[in-house]
Each structure stands twice: as structure tokens, then as C-alpha cells.
Design a protein around this ligand. Structure first.
Ligand code: GDP
Ligand code: IMO
Ligand code: MG
Length: 433
């Protein structure tokens, strides 16, 4: 079995982009299956940084096929900008290297307006969304009034669907959210102007992926966000609106479970979270500031500072279970250099009760206190290390102890943002091509 899924095992920003870019070498196709431009995936190749929001993180490799599958929600303006910027940098020069599902839903201007207005109204209780219209776009998909690429390509269908939605959304925007209404003609014309630019990329990606898999091509499924932000399995309601787990890759691409051989969970050697919501191992001040500074923990999409905390094994064990993770990639180990000891959260104390499973109740989760195990730290810089035996003994022990606590093999350790700053212990694709 030669296809691999890359899934965030924490609250997003684990370094999925870096790992996908690295394993693209061994793949033929890279496919995004959920989320939208709430994602920000950073790749650093030859010292040069690229942040991708929609296009799969395989795009810097010449000749690899990038697919945006049916489960993604797409802001067309952001997509066109990202295509243009990649082309300017000498990537995606051949249009046939990007395929977009005709069934993927569009993020419309009213989705963004609703997302932002609701967050304003929620005040202190806000979710801290990225403001990209993700939630409202998925709501319309499930409400069966969403607009898909296939609808955009049919002039009459698009007009009718847009008219219905604008009428409905304007009532909601005005009466409930006390916002300005939106103009049908303006939105209609701006989308009509994109229609022919986008047409060459649109296809039935389900059939395409099926044919490629049958032909023995290797597919890398690229998750966005993370398991603890999953709409079913995360810290609801402080989550995103899509299925970020392995199951989401199946429905988000239209492939069967037998086509995913390995599921690689990506986690930082500590933990971060952007936006609101419970975060039991969060550190306030002191070491938290050090992690933020050394790890440059600022959002790749919104630039917001990320909240920092220690590694939370309760959350990662939960991710291993709900995704069927077969191997973990531990990123940003270099950021932990310089701590005398490093706490790892092994369980939660919930009102005097020890819990090793992730609680569903947000009330319980908000009051959960971390139970820590302290591991010895190290002072050496790790950024030039390329093999496990060259890691300081304490760093090796840290990796091995996390493996034990989580109960899952670590197949990769990342020691810097660069593609080459990697210690690979096992390649999930098997031998290199
Ligand atoms: P993603 O959303 O999961 O792709 O992660 P982001 O790109 O949002 O955030 C990860 C950040 O950490 C990016 O700035 C990466 O360049 C950087 N990064 C990834 N791996 C490492 C690592 O091992 N060490 C360090 N110092 N930075 C890393
Ligand atoms: P990548 O793919 C980190 C968070 C937001 C907010 C919540 C809901 O780069 O890991 P949304 O806009 O999705 O409705 O926001 O989810 N969030 C992310 N946090 N990384 C991401 O993506 C995220 N995408 C959404 O901060 O808390
Ligand atoms: Mg990110």
C-alpha cells in the first residue's frame, strides 16, 4: 500500500506543510481534502519561505500533480492569487499540474461577512476564527444551498443560486447581524469574470484520483488544521467546521479506506493553539514567551500570536486513536534547546479525578489541569543534526519517552523549518523512488 495521509495531531500549525513538501519527493500526487484558506502551510526550501493556503504543499516540486478535492471550500480570489504567485516563482507553470474538484464549494463574500459579524457579536466569547468565511461556507454546503465550481461554470445555474443566496443572506445580515447588505450584481459580475480563468483546472477529481491509484501512482493526502480542531473530535465548539481527521480524507476526496496505507500524525514537540478554547497545558508568560519567541509562533494566515504550552500527550493519544495514526512526525524539537527540564502533560486532573482520555465537555476541559512528567532538557543546538544518534542524549530520551507515553512510533524528527533539517527514521512510502 503506497498512499500516505498527513494529519495534524494537535490544534493546527504542527508543520504539516514542511512534512508534505518533504514526502512529495516520494509521491506522484498531493491532494488537499478539507478546510480552505484558513490553513497556512509554510515550506522553506533553499532558505526561501513560501506560505500556501489552498494549493497543496507539493507545488514547489516540478512535475508533481496537485489536487484540490471536493471536501475543500475555495475562495476563488485567493486561489487565483496563489496560482499567480506560484507561477511568478517558476512553479505550476503547466496548468495541467493543478486539478480542482467540480464539487468543491465556493466561499462567497457573504460567508466572510457573516463569519466576521458573528465574531464581533460574540465579543469575549468569540471562537477566534480566521475570518475567512469557512464556517458559513460549510453551513451552506450542509444546508444544501452552497455553490460549487460546477455551478459556477454553468451561467444560469450560478445566477439562480447566487440570487437565492443573496436574498436570504441579506435578510440575515440586516435583521439579525445588523450589517450592510451585499449587492447581487457586483458579486455576480466579479465571479463571472473569473469563470474562464478557472475553467481549465476544474474536473472530476474523484475519477482522476481513482484512475491514478489504479495505475499505481502514489498519493499524499494533505490534512489542514488539526485533530483537536475537528468538528466531531476536537474541543467543540472551539473548532473549525470541517472533518480534519483521516475519515475526512476519504469523504473529502471520494476514495475508499483501502487506499490509505499509512497515516502520519504531525505534532510539535510542545503545543500551540491560535484562537480561543481550552488548552490545558498552556503556559502563561515565562517559558511560554520563550517558546513563542524561539519557535516564531505567529499564525501563517492571520499573523496572530499563537498560545504556547507543553506537549499534551492526552490530546495526541486521542489523535492517534481517532485517525488510526501509524507513525508520528515530531517537529520543532530544536525549539526546546535551552530548557533545564521539559514538562510533558501525561494526564488531566479534572476536579480531583485523573483523566487519560480527552473530555467531551467544554466545562470539564476548561477546568482540566495538566499532570506533568518532567524530562531532562539539553542546551545544544539541534538545527544541524541529521541523524538520530547525533541528537544529544537528553533529546533522544525526550523523543523515546514521547513514543512510550503516546504509544506510537516516531518516524521523523524535525529540527528546523528547512526541508533538509530533518531526521528521518522511517519513510512511510517505503523505499525512495
Ligand atoms: P502547518 O500549518 O501545519 O503547515 O504549520 P505552519 O506552517 O502554520 O507552522 C509551522 C511553522 O514552523 C512554520 O513557520 C514552519 O516553517 C516552522 N517549522 C516547521 N518545522 C519546524 C522545525 O522543526 N523547527 C522550527 N524551528 N520551525 C519549524
Ligand atoms: P493549518 O492548516 C491553526 C483555528 C482558528 C480558530 C478555529 C476556527 O495552518 O494548521 P475557522 O476560521 O477555521 O472557522 O477558525 O480554528 N484554525 C487554525 N488554527 N492552524 C490552522 O490551519 C487553522 N485553521 C483554523 O484559529 O481557532
Ligand atoms: Mg498553519
Amino acid at each position: 500500500m503506497s498512499n500516505v495521509a498527513i494529519i495534524g495531531a494537535q490544534w493546527g500549525d504542527e508543520g504539516k506543510g514542511k512534512v508534505v513538501d518533504l514526502f512529495t519527493e516520494d509521491a506522484d500526487v498531493v491532494v488537499r481534502f478539507q478546510g480552505g484558506n484558513n490553513a497556512g502551510h509554510t515550506l522553506v526550501v533553499d532558505g526561501r519561505k513560501t506560505v500556501l493556503h489552498l494549493i497543496p504543499s507539493g507545488a514547489l516540486h516540478p512535475k508533481k500533480l496537485c489536487v484540490i478535492a471536493n471536501g475543500v471550500v475555495v475562495d476563488v480570489a485567493v486561489l487565483l492569487e496563489e496560482i499567480a504567485s506560484l507561477k511568478e516563482n517558476g512553479c505550476l507553470l503547466d496548468d495541467s499540474l493543478l486539478r480542482i474538484s467540480e464539487q468543491a464549494h465556493l466561499i462567497m463574500p457573504y460567508h466572510k461577512a457573516i463569519d466576521l459579524a458573528r465574531e464581533r457579536l460574540r465579543g469575549k466569547g468569540k471562537i477566534g476564527t480566521t475570518g475567512r468565511g469557512i464556517g458559513p461556507a460549510y453551513e451552506d454546503k450542509v444546508a444544501r444551498i452552497g455553490i460549487r465550481f460546477v455551478d459556477l461554470l454553468e451561467e444560469e445555474t450560478f445566477e439562480a443560486k447566487l440570487r437565492y443566496n443573496i436574498e436570504e443572506k441579506n435578510i440575515y445580515l440586516k435583521a439579525i447581524l445588523k450589517e450592510k447588505t451585499l449587492d447581487f450584481a457586483e458579486i455576480h459580475d466579479s465571479y463571472a469574470a473569473c469563470r474562464e480563468k478557472i475553467r481549465p483546472y476544474i474536473t472530476d477529481t474523484g475519477v482522476l484520483l481513482h484512475d491514478l491509484i489504479r495505475a499505481g501512482k502514489r498519493v499524499l493526502f494533505e490534512g489542514a488544521q488539526g485533530t483537536l480542531l475537528d468538528v466531531d473530535h476536537g474541543t467543540y465548539p472551539y473548532v473549525t467546521s470541517s472533518s480534519t481527521v483521516t475519515g475526512g480524507a476519504l469523504s473529502g476526496c471520494g476514495v475508499g479506506p483501502q487506499h490509505i496505507g499509512e497515516v502520519i500524525g504531525i505534532c510539535k514537540a510542545y503545543a500551540t493553539r491560535v484562537g480561543s478554547g481550552p488548552f490545558p497545558s498552556e503556559i502563561f508568560g515565562g517559558d511560554g514567551e520563550t517558546l513563542k519567541r524561539e519557535g516564531v509562533e505567529f499564525g501563517a494566515t492571520t499573523g496572530r500570536p499563537r498560545r504556547c504550552g507543553w506537549f499534551d500527550a492526552v490530546g495526541v493519544r486521542h489523535a492517534v486513536r481517532v485517525n488510526g495514526i501509524t507513525g508520528l512526525a515530531l517537529t520543532k524539537l530544536d525549539v526546546l534547546s535551552g530548557f533545564k527540564t521539559i514538562p510533558v502533560c501525561v494526564a488531566y486532573d479534572c476536579d480531583g479525578q485523573t483523566r487519560e482520555e480527552f473530555p467531551a465537555s467544554s466545562r470539564v476541559m476548561e477546568r482540566a489541569k495538566p499532570a506533568f512528567e518532567e524530562l531532562p532538557g539539553w542546551n545544544e543546538s539541534l538545527t544541524d543534526v541529521r541523524s538520530f544518534r547525533d541528537l544529544p542524549r537528553a533529546a533522544q530520551r525526550y523523543v523515546r519517552r514521547i513514543e512510550e507515553i503516546v504509544g506510537t512510533e516516531i518516524i521523523l524528527v524535525s529540527v528546523g523549518p528547512g526541508r533538509e533539517q530533518t531526521v528521518l527514521l522511517r519513510n512511510p512510502f517505503g523505499d525512495r523512488k
